[in-house]
Design a protein around this ligand. Structure first.
Ligand SMILES: [Zn+2]
Length: 223
């Protein structure tokens, strides 16, 4: 069945079924502002850093409560690295975060589409682009090494950040990880689908950097 032959209403239904019902989303997620959502993330990361985990929203009751609809309060665009799982480093649980993970936390089409869905239909007020210490994907781009297959697509997306941070003093990899996050934040802010929400102050987009030695997520300065 060609997608072009399917009625828009059917597509909408399929989208809703795919991402789960969303009727609860508008009521609750919309209550938090981007700043409040960010505060919640910072507080969760603080618990993680201090080894005071609360493991919220991981009970059977929570699972059943959100079965009817999701209401994530933040979107995380993070790296696939197994040592950077958003729900754990922000001490959160089921239905809290809408997570897109791709190596090097790059913005690409499928990820952007997922983010658009969460902004438009789930009304998540915050996006955090989360880079991390010694990111392997960024390291390959910095080394200028050749990548085969689809990995080349990821490295190509990171390469402009290598160029941008070339003249900066200090550690090349650390600088590029940060420059890459900043570029992706900018890319999201300028995405045609997200720009109106950003301009209307309904959507906040920030960059973060996770250090696995300290456990801390540092918020990167807004440019
Ligand atoms: Zn990484």
């Amino acid at each position: 069945m060609k997608l072009s032959l399917v009625k828009p209403s059917v597509i909408a239904f399929l989208m809703a079924a795919c991402f789960a019902a969303e009727s609860l989303a508008a009521d609750t997620a919309a209550k938090l502002t981007g700043d409040q959502a960010l505060q919640r993330l910072v507080a969760g990361n603080q618990r993680f850093v201090n080894d005071r985990l609360e493991h919220p929203n991981q009970s059977i009751q929570r699972r059943l409560e959100i079965a009817r609809g999701q209401e994530p309060f933040a979107i995380i665009l993070g790296c696939t690295d197994s040592r950077v799982p958003p729900e754990i480093i922000f001490d959160l649980g089921l239905g809290d975060l809408f997570v897109v993970r791709v190596a090097g936390n790059i913005v690409e089409k499928a990820g952007l589409g997922s983010i658009e869905y969460a902004v438009e239909h789930l009304h998540a007020p915050l996006i955090v682009v989360l880079g991390h210490k010694q990111c392997g994907a960024v390291a390959v781009a910095v080394s200028g090494g050749h990548a085969a297959g689809a990995v080349a697509h990821i490295i190509k997306a990171i390469r402009p950040a290598v160029k941008e941070s070339r003249s900066l003093p200090g550690d090349k990899l650390a600088n590029t990880v940060r420059a890459n996050v900043a570029r992706m934040v900018k890319k999201l802010r300028e995405a045609r689908s997200l720009k109106p929400s950003v301009q209307a102050d309904k959507l906040k987009i920030v960059g973060g950097h996770y250090d696995w030695d300290t456990g801390r997520v540092e918020l990167l300065p807004e440019k």
